[in-house]
Ligand binder design. Structure first.
Ligand code: GLN
Length: 202
């Protein structure tokens, strides 16, 4: 087995290309995943930012929901950013009643939590396990995490501004989620952290 992990990016909707580019820069063999057979061929999956209600609907239409749930139950590493974080939460506040996530991280997230006036903003976030100083995090209609279960490790909180202290990065076993979009900043440290996690999980 080669040392290069094969990481899929769920390509139903959202910023797929940016994640593929960031994963490749972080040393992965990155490719879009749209069909169950493509899911079978990857070691791990990224769920991109976008719109969680749309991703939820398309996961059913593309018959990916059960296969993804099964892979997660089998230990497949998954990283979700923003809408991807929402898709990994066991409980969603301010969601649409018909949206459903995958078998995921024991946490409650609130959709569009930072308020309508501040649709998008940037703030420094310290991420445990990511060296080199605070992460310059970009938030776009982002969720925050309001509650975590006992098995969930909080990796990052907003360090300054009106939202200081809000939980925006978490990990439970092989599942990683951030409220922000490292794929949009050219800083590949979070992707490198995930690639390492995938190497270790193999
Ligand atoms: N608000 C979006 C949702 O509910 C997430 C926004 C994003 O991914 N940038 O899915």
């Amino acid at each position: 087995m080669s040392d290069t992990p094969v990481i899929g990016v769920l390509a139903l909707q959202g910023d797929v290309r940016e994640h593929v580019t960031a994963l490749a820069a972080a040393g992965a063999d990155a490719r879009p995943v749209r069909r169950p057979t493509e899911l079978d061929a990857v070691d791990a999956l990224v769920i991109p930012g976008g719109e969680s209600t749309t991703i939820s609907k398309l996961a059913d239409i593309f018959e990916l929901r059960d296969p993804i749930d099964k892979r997660i139950a089998g230990g497949m590493p998954v990283y979700g950013s923003c809408a991807g974080m929402i898709m990994l939460a066991t409980e969603v506040l301010d969601g649409r009643p018909d949206q459903r996530g995958f078998a995921g991280i024991e946490m409650t997230v609130r959709r569009n939590a930072f308020g309508r006036q501040v649709d998008s903003f940037e703030a420094p976030v310290d991420v445990t396990g990511v060296e080199g100083g605070p992460f310059h995090a970009v938030f776009i209609r982002a969720p925050w995490v309001e509650r975590v279960g006992a098995g969930v490790q909080v990796l990052g909180t907003v360090t300054e501004g009106p939202s200081a202290g809000r939980i925006v990065a978490v990990r439970q076993g092989n599942l990683l989620a951030t409220s922000f979009h490292p794929e949009l900043t050219g800083d590949t440290r979070v992707h490198a952290y995930f690639v390492d996690l995938v190497r270790t999980a193999r």
